[in-house]
Every structure is written in C-alpha cells, then in structure tokens.
Write a protein that binds this ligand. Structure first.
Ligand code: FAD
Length: 367
C-alpha cells in the first residue's frame, strides 16, 4: 500500500491552497481530484469578488478568515502572483427604509472588523457610479476582483514545486479508517493509498466524503443543500469603475453588478435550490434579472443581457431555515477520526478566504 503523509480530497481553490500550504520536501502530499483538471466546479463559477467582510457576524470563521484571506490575496497579487484589483464597491439603498438597513449593515460590518466604510449621499454615490438610482450608499474601498484561474494556477504551481502530487480523474470512492491513518480507494481503477492525515475539501460533495469516513452527516449537521446562482453578461459597456450591490437578501447577496478585469459587466447571481449539478442558465430569466438590477440601475432591459455561467453554493441551511451558518473547519478526533479535517459549507467568501482556510486546516493538523 502506497503511504502518504496527507491526502487532500478536491482541487478547488481551497484544496489547492491546502496543498500549497502543506506540501514540503519532508511531507508527501497527494491531491485526489475527480475531474481531469483543477478548479472546474465552484471555484471557477462565482463572482470573483474579493469580499470586504460586510455580511458575517463578528468572530465567525467567515468574518475572520475573509479579512485575513483578503489581506493575503492583495499582498500576493502585489508581488505579481495573480491578477487582483481593489475596485471598491457601493451597496445601494434606493429609499429611506433601505437607508436604515444600510446603516445597520455598516454598524455590524464595522464591529466585525471591516475598515474604511463610508456612508455616501445619493449625489456622491451617483458621481462615483453615473446612472445609479440611489438614496444613499455604503462605500467599501477594500472590495476588489481577482482572476480565479490565475489564483488557482499559482497555487497549483506552488504546490507542485513543493512536491505535491496531483491525481486528476481520481474520485475518492471509499474510506477505511485504520489505526495508522486512512485507507482511501479512488477511481477509475480502484487504486488505494494509506494517508496519515486527510483534508476533505470536496466542495459540493464534502458532506458525502465526510459520510464515507463514517460520520453521521445528518447528526453532525454537515448535510449540504445545493443553491444555484445564475449569471447574465451585459452586451454593452457601462461606465462602471466599482462593483454595485443591492442590500443582501435571505439566500444571497442580491443580483449585483460585477466587473471582470477587462471591464465587462456581469449581473447575478440569483438563488435557486437544486438537486442536480446542472449549470445551464435559462435565457428566460433575463427579464427577472433586468428587473432586479433596474431597481438601482434603471434602463437595463432583458435584451441587454446574455446568459453567462452559473455556480452552485454548498449551503448548510435549507430554504426557510434562516439564520447564519458558519464554515465547518473541524479536526474530527472527537468523532474517532484523528487527523481528519473536514472543510464543509465553504460557500462565499470561500474564494476570498482560501489561503486563511488552508492555514486553519494546517493548524488543526499541528503544522
Ligand atoms: C454563485 C457563487 C458566487 C460566489 N461568489 C464568490 C465571490 O465573489 N467571492 C468569494 O470569495 N467567494 C464566492 N463564492 C464562493 C467560492 O466560489 C467558494 O467558496 C470556493 O470556490 C470553494 O472552493 P472549494 O475548493 O471548497 O470548492 P470547489 O471549487 O467546488 O472544489 C471542490 C473540488 O472537489 C472535487 N471533488 C468532489 N468530490 C470529490 C471526490 N469524491 N473525489 C475527488 N474530488 C472530489 C470537485 O470535483 C471539485 O473540483 C461564490 C460561490 C458561488 C456558488
């Protein structure tokens, strides 16, 4: 049986960051990835926004790791590792009632460590984003965008240069805990290896992988529900320099306007619970997207929009359950699985936080 020090299950941004953090000439790290390439699921199907930590309760993992991860991403990007840019964002209130909610959002965000926030009047907001319908806005200077493919390519190269071995086309199929680690059987030809430690960063299927190790997923509260978010792309250019967000909704941040590095504008994502990994975007939704964005950006028509990508959130709460669900980042000695680390429910801001999540996983493994 091939023995390794660490197996990482899943090569999205988080698994790549874990491999880049933990690979070393003294430690054999193997990454098992079901697809033939890294990052083809959620890590390449998102808004590519570096979040400034507005929405998460003070002290939560989402809050702390978002702040820490963002600082690390900007620092690395400053050294030329990948593209990122502080664009700033405006969260828009369209009337007095929304201004009250915006104030509350600002107070909560500041107490959770967001910095540089500023309330703007409608005139000032319009001067920063011409064409907005806005009564007041929250200016968030630390928000930015990144190129997720470049980030992942950087992490992949770094992990490989430190000796990590990537086994693509290798879905984990079975786990047998043994005294000295975990026997992992993986496809396509049912090979096995023995890993002293395992990090489960299997994204949308991280609950199933936890189940393979023998965890009662329902009882542990690890069961994921999939919540799809579709995007449309604007056919025409808008003179936008900043990201524009409405106030958040119960299952997402609301249909927002984001920019890519070439200045293209995307609208999305919406939120729709689903049971299948179907990433198709229904062109008929253009109308609803145009209406949602027209509340704060009047004049957008369905005919301005082209269907773009969709992504699926690994969500720990079902519709109607409400409340806040934090990332699960857990070493499972308490469940009889020493040196097994579960990373579950890594939805937004998981891309922003990926480097900090990797540090946390390393700490839990005593590294
Ligand atoms: C619509 C949407 C918008 C978002 N916007 C943002 C944003 O703007 N900013 C931000 O910070 N975050 C955002 N996020 C969140 C962010 O994209 C995720 O938190 C992050 O990409 C999660 O990375 P991951 O590596 O955990 O998961 P993934 O990228 O899903 O990677 C998991 C990998 O595990 C593999 N895998 C699964 N099962 C197995 C198995 N049995 N064996 C082997 N491999 C397996 C999969 O194939 C996959 O490659 C958004 C998410 C969505 C859905």
């Amino acid at each position: 049986l091939e023995r390794v020090d660490l197996a990482v299950v899943g090569a999205g941004a988080v698994g790549l960051a874990v491999a880049a953090r933990l690979a070393s000439p003294e430690r054999t790290v193997v990454v098992l990835e079901e697809h033939r390439r890294y990052g083809v699921e959620t890590s390449s199907r998102n808004s590519e926004v570096i979040h400034s930590g507005l929405y998460y309760p003070a002290g939560s993992l989402k809050s702390r790791l978002c702040h820490e991860g963002r600082r690390r991403l900007y620092a690395l990007s400053g050294e030329g590792a990948f593209f990122a840019r502080r664009t700033g964002k405006l969260v828009v209130a369209v009337d007095d009632a929304e201004t009250g909610r915006l104030e509350a959002l600002r107070r909560g965000a500041e107490s959770a460590g967001a910095s540089g926030l500023e309330m703007l009047g409608g005139g000032e907001a319009r001067s920063r984003a011409p064409g907005l319908r806005v009564s007041s806005a929250l200016w968030c200077p630390e928000t930015g965008i990144l190129d997720s493919e470049e980030l992942m390519s950087f992490l992949h190269r770094k992990a490989e240069s430190l000796g990590a071995i990537f086994l693509f086309g290798s879905p984990l199929l079975r786990v047998s805990p043994r005294g000295d680690g975990y026997e992992l059987a993986f496809g396509p030809s049912n090979e096995t290896l023995l890993a002293r430690a395992v990090v489960n960063s299997a994204g949308l299927r991280s609950d199933r992988v936890a189940g393979m190790a023998g965890i009662d997923v329902e009882e542990a509260g690890y069961r994921l529900r999939w919540c799809k978010g579709s995007y449309f792309r604007l056919r025409r250019d808008l003179p936008l320099k900043h990201l524009i967000y409405p106030l958040p909704e119960s299952h997402g941040l609301g249909v927002h306007l984001t920019l890519d590095r070439r200045g293209g504008v995307r609208l999305g994502p919406d939120a729709e619970f689903t049971e299948s990994l179907d990433y198709g975007v229904d062109p008929a939704r253009a109308q609803a997207f145009a209406e949602a964005a027209s509340r704060y950006f009047p004049g957008l028509e369905a005919s301005d929009l082209l269907p773009d990508t969709a992504g699926i959130r690994p969500r720990l709460k079902r519709r109607g359950e409400g409340g806040f669900a934090d990332f699960v980042i857990a070493e499972e000695s308490g469940r009889g699985l020493p040196n097994w680390v579960n990373l579950i429910g890594i939805e937004s801001p998981g891309l922003t936080a990926c480097l900090a999540i990797a540090d946390r996983a390393a700490e839990l493994l005593g590294q």
